[in-house]
Design a protein around this ligand. Structure first.
Ligand code: ATP
Length: 301
C-alpha cells in the first residue's frame, strides 16, 4: 500500500482556490518532491498531509490514517522539518535534541542523531552560536527525533554552502536507505533531480506533471545540447548536416539537437572518417530545471 494517497484534494481560502482537485500517491520508501512556483499550493497540500490544515473536499490517507483525525498517534509517526523553526537560543544542541527525542516512544539516540546530521563538533554549543546552515542541520535532527516513518522536508538546504548541501543530500539519501519515506518541497531543481525518485510539478493549485526526473527530462521536447571544440584547421562549413544549425563561439560548437542520437552518430562517424578528434565533446540533455521552467511557463500561458 502507498504511504500517501491523495484523491481529488481541494482547499480554498475565500475566493482563492489554493488546491484545486489534485491526486497523487507516494510509495513506501520513496522520495517524492513537490515543486512549483510561489503560491502554487504546495504548503497548503503539505500541511493538509501533516494534519495541520483542514481540507474542503477529497480523500487523504497517510500511513493508513486520515491526518485530519489521526491526532497524536498520527503525529508520533511523522517527522516535520519546517523552513524556520524557532529555537530556544540558550539551550545547547545536545540538550535540545535530547528533549525532543524524549517526546517520542521510539525516539532516536540523541548523540547518534547529532552525529548523523554532522553536528557532533557542536553538540555542546548553544543554539544562539550556530550558523544558519548549522541551524538547518539542527532542524533536521529535531524532525528526525521520533525516528519517523514519513518525513516532511520543507526546503531542507536553503542557506547551505555547496559542501553542506552535498552532506545534506547524502544524509537524505541515507534516510531513504533506512526505509524512511520523504516528501520534499524545494525550489532547488538540482536538489529534486538528485534526490527525488519522482517529482510533481504544481501550478495554480493543480498538478501539471508527475514522474521520475529522468522521465520528465526525456519526455520533454526541449533540445539536447551537443558541444565540442572545432578541430584545428577545420571550417564550420565542413561539419556534417545535423538536425539543427550549429552556432560557434571562439571555435566552440553548440548544436541544439532535436535528434541527439543521430546527430552524435553523424558527428563521431564524420570525425572518425577524417581522422579528427572532437575535443571536449559533451552531450547534455535538458536539466530538470529547464523542463520545469518550460512546464510552468506553458501552464502560465
Ligand atoms: N491562510 C491563508 N489565507 C488566505 N490565503 C492563503 C493562506 N495560505 C495560503 N493562501 C493562498 O493560497 C495560495 C497557495 O499558497 P501556498 O502557501 O499553499 O503556496 P506555496 O506553493 O507553498 O508557495 P511558496 O512556494 O511561496 O511557499 C496562495 O495564493 C496563497 O496566497
Amino acid at each position: 500500500m502507498a504511504t500517501i494517497e491523495v484523491r481529488d484534494l481541494a482547499r480554498a481560502y475565500g475566493p482563492v482556490q489554493a488546491v484545486d482537485g489534485i491526486s497523487f500517491s507516494v510509495g513506501d520508501g520513496e522520495i517524492f518532491a513537490l515543486l512549483g512556483p510561489n503560491g502554487a499550493g504546495k504548503t497548503t497540500t503539505v500541511e493538509i498531509l501533516e494534519g495541520y490544515r483542514t481540507r474542503d473536499t477529497g480523500a487523504v490517507s497517510v500511513l493508513g490514517m486520515d491526518p485530519a483525525t489521526g491526532g497524536s498517534a498520527y503525529r508520533a509517526r511523522i517527522g516535520v522539518v519546517l523552513q524556520s523553526a524557532g529555537f530556544e537560543e540558550e539551550f545547547t544542541v545536545r540538550e535540545l535534541v535530547r528533549l525532543q527525542t524524549r517526546l517520542y516512544p521510539r525516539g532516536h539516540d540523541p548523540d547518534e542523531l547529532i552525529t548523523l546530521v554532522g553536528l557532533a563538533g557542536k553538540s555542546r554549543s548553544r543554539v544562539k552560536h550556530l550558523s544558519g546552515g548549522q541551524r538547518r542541520r539542527l532542524d533536521l535532527a529535531l524532525g528526525l527525533a521520533g525516528a519517523p516513518e514519513l518525513l516532511f522536508l520543507d526546503e531542507p538546504t536553503t542557506g547551505f554552502d555547496p559542501a553542506a548541501r552535498h552532506h545534506a543530500w547524502q544524509l537524505i539519501t541515507g534516510l531513504r536507505e533506512l526505509g524512511t519515506t520523504i516528501l520534499l518541497t524545494t525550489h532547488y531543481l538540482e536538489e529534486a533531480q538528485r534526490l527525488a525518485d519522482r517529482v510533481a510539478v504544481m501550478r495554480d493549485g493543480r498538478l501539471i506533471a508527475v514522474g521520475a526526473p529522468e522521465q520528465l527530462r526525456a519526455g520533454s521536447d526541449l533540445p539536447t545540447v551537443i558541444g565540442f571544440d572545432l578541430p584545428p584547421g577545420v571550417p564550420v562549413a565542413d561539419l556534417p548536416l545535423l538536425s539543427a544549425a550549429p552556432s560557434v563561439t571562439h571555435r566552440r560548437i553548440r548544436v541544439e539537437s532535436r535528434d541527439p542520437q543521430s546527430d552524435t552518430w553523424r558527428l563521431t562517424g564524420w570525425a572518425r572518417d577524417h581522422g579528427l578528434d572532437l575535443p571536449d565533446l559533451m552531450v547534455a540533455p535538458p536539466t530538470l530545471e529547464e523542463v520545469y521552467l518550460a512546464l510552468t511557463e506553458e501552464a502560465a500561458r
